[in-house]
Ligand binder design. Structure first.
Ligand code: DAT
Length: 174
């Protein structure tokens, strides 16, 4: 039994996963597990996609690399995909959303995203692809959609997530 929950923080690239995870890690002591970083550090790749100019993550290798740690509990799992993580590992799934297309467009442009890459991510956000993926993969009562447009949203979202984590811990201690 985990004493501390595992929380997936997911959403389209640029939606605010890193910002939320860093603040939550400070406030809760849960560890920020950036899957991009893990894949890079532990070389969980299965080739390079020339068109997208990005490495293709080998999901089996990645899961093997993190399994022992994640099963201990207490991780904030930060990635732009979620359905690969087994249900039994996960206690809460937070899907961050940016409903304002103009704010989201500006964020992606500021990152240097252009043309197809920018459009692909804008479309993914408009259509809510990550929310759909999360709802298909996990029980609906553990999937939460939160807005991440403004600085104030980060504060209020983190407050809600901290309170949920505390409730989860208290229920486990009963
Ligand atoms: P992700 O990790 O999902 O790719 P990020 O946390 O790196 O996204 O955020 C991308 C940029 O957008 C970064 O400059 C911070 C900004 N940002 C994200 N969420 C925000 C919010 N709710 N309010 C203001 N800025 C935000």
């Amino acid at each position: 039994m985990r004493k501390s929950p595992n929380v997936i923080i997911t959403g389209t690239p640029g939606v605010g996963k890193t910002v939320h995870c860093e603040q939550l890690a400070q406030e809760t002591g849960l560890r920020h597990l950036s899957i991009n970083q893990v894949a890079k550090d532990r070389e969980c790749y299965d080739g390079y996609d020339e068109e997208r100019k990005s490495w293709i993550v080998d999901e089996d290798k990645l899961l093997d690399a993190i399994e022992d740690e994640v099963l201990q509990g207490g991780y904030l799992i930060d990635w732009h995909a979620c359905d690969l993580f087994p249900k039994s590992w996960i206690d809460l799934v937070v899907v961050l959303r940016c409903p304002s297309t103009s704010i989201f467009h500006d964020r992606l442009s500021a990152r240097g995203y252009k043309d197809d890459k920018l459009q692909e991510n804008l479309d993914a956000e408009i259509f809510g692809l990550l929310l759909e993926e999360a709802r298909e993969a996990y029980d609906e009562e553990i999937v939460v959609e939160l807005t991440s447009e403004k600085d104030d949203d980060v504060e209020s979202n983190c407050e809600r997530i901290v309170s949920w984590i505390n409730t989860w811990k208290a229920s486990q201690a009963e």
